[in-house]
Ligand binder design. Structure first.
Ligand SMILES: Cc1cc2nc3c(=O)[nH]c(=O)nc-3n(C[C@H](O)[C@H](O)[C@H](O)COP(=O)(O)OP(=O)(O)OC[C@H]3O[C@@H](n4cnc5c(N)ncnc54)[C@H](O)[C@@H]3O)c2cc1C
Length: 393
């Protein structure tokens, strides 16, 4: 079997890339180790930057996002018992964020892929890549108990942080890594959102985040130790902690409801440099991870594949490799900006185990400064909605 681009992973990065290539008339085969249901049901990102929402619309896969996604023109920062509104759109010339679950994004992209008739194989096993330094790199995998081999012109490693592509280029790459001394305990709850905007809270017991997925479902998080056992948290104790951290002096608090899903996510910053070796190109979480505080991971994946798709299309139309050669540098510039912002949001809003009362007061003062300075708020807003991108396909 031969294809122009072998794509490993059917998360947001792999599926978006497959569709971008399809729009340019370029073949691809997408290989995914999990089942279709598992990939769709995985609860992760919820905040899309303006750029990602615009990109999906321009690609013709944004109809449901436009209909059901919730445009947010601002977010709240909450501390010392008070919420402060950050008017994102007003501070950024009209840009907003869109609340639309990653599982909805993935569902839309899988439907679009299936409609193209191009190959998307779920539940493949033992995926490995070979000959990436040649002009005919290969992917081997097993499907339905049969060994398969795919020769490609290019391979896109879109297989997330635990995939097999990044380890393949280990010797040619340098890794930058930071782990945090906390994780997030997250729940999906059957409860109507009690705030129209997200609420990021800094509390003496630690960070919490109020967000939502739909007019009937809230998505809430609070900071816990990184190795916290979710089984130690009965639903009642989770709600007690949420309410303790989020309730403000004016009585605002989240609505309580049945918990539909709960789990603990560790926090990490990680960058691979360069993001390519030979004809293997990494994109999305396969190349970099950000702590979710800045809501940047999926958005970075979209930026990577927009540029990778453009570079591959330029190769087929002109035979030139200059955009492919620049791919890693172009992507890394945005990756590092998102790393900086995600780290900044994380350290501004979380409590660290080695802090003393001085640090707590300093952090409160930092937040007080941010909400009282238009310059500081503008800096937060322009990073949160996403720095400018030329989103044209
Ligand atoms: C709690 C939480 C909240 C988040 N909130 C946000 C947010 O609000 N906004 C935002 O932008 N980002 C957010 N993120 C980050 C976002 O979820 C990720 O950045 C995003 O999933 C990256 O997409 P990806 O396609 O690169 O990787 P993934 O989504 O991890 O997809 C990789 C795919 O590859 C498959 N795979 C793995 N190994 C193999 C293999 N060997 N062979 C074949 N397939 C393989 C996997 O099964 C998976 O389907 C959040 C993350 C978490 C955990």
């Amino acid at each position: 079997m031969h294809t122009q681009v072998g794509i490993i992973g059917a998360g947001p990065a792999g599926l978006l890339l497959g569709h971008l290539l399809h729009l340019k008339g370029i073949d691809s085969v997408i290989l995914e180790s999990r089942s279709r249901e598992y990939v769709i049901d995985r609860v992760r990102a919820g905040v899309l930057e303006q750029f990602t929402a615009d990109l999906m619309t321009e690609m013709g896969v944004g109809a449901r996002l436009q209909r059901e996604g919730m445009r947010h023109d601002g977010v709240f920062l909450s501390f010392a018992g008070r919420r402060h509104y950050v008017p994102l759109a007003e501070l950024t010339g009209g840009k907003a964020i869109y609340v639309y679950g990653q599982n909805e994004v993935v569902k839309d992209l899988i439907e679009a892929r299936v409609a193209t008739g191009r190959p998307l194989h779920f539940e493949v096993e033992d995926v490995s890549v070979y000959d990436i330094d040649s002009t005919s790199p290969r992917v081997r995998y097993a499907a339905n108990g049969k060994q398969e081999e795919l020769t490609c012109d290019f391979i896109a490693g879109c297989d997330g942080f635990h995939g097999i592509c990044r380890p393949t280029i280990e010797k040619a790459a340098r890794f930058y890594d930071k782990t945090y001394p906390f994780g997030w305990l997250g729940i999906l709850a059957e409860a109507a959102p009690s705030s129209e905007a997200l609420v990021y809270t800094y509390h003496e017991c630690g960070f919490s985040l109020f967000s939502m997925r739909s007019p009937k479902i809230t998505r809430l998080y609070f900071q816990v130790p990184p190795d916290e056992d979710i089984n130690q948290w009965p639903d009642e104790a989770i709600w007690d902690e949420m309410l303790k951290r989020m309730t403000t002096h004016d009585g605002w608090k989240p609505n309580v409801g049945a918990i539909l899903n709960k789990g603990v996510t560790a926090m990490r910053s990680f960058v691979t440099e360069p993001m390519s070796a030979g004809r293997l190109y990494l994109a999305g979480d396969a190349a970099h991870i950000v702590p979710p505080t800045g809501a940047k991971g999926l958005n970075l994946a979209a930026f990577d594949v927009l540029h990778l798709g453009r570079a591959i299309a330029a190769f087929y139309s002109s035979g030139k490799t200059d955009l492919l050669d620049q791919y890693s540098d172009t992507a890394l510039k945005r990756v590092w900006r998102a790393q900086r912002f995600s780290w900044w949001m994380t350290q501004t809003l979380h409590r660290f185990p080695d802090e003393n009362p001085f640090d707590y007061k300093r952090q409160l003062t930092d937040l007080d400064y941010i909400v009282s300075s238009r310059a500081a708020l503008t800096s937060l807003a322009e990073n949160y909605v996403g720095l400018p991108v030329d989103a044209a396909l």
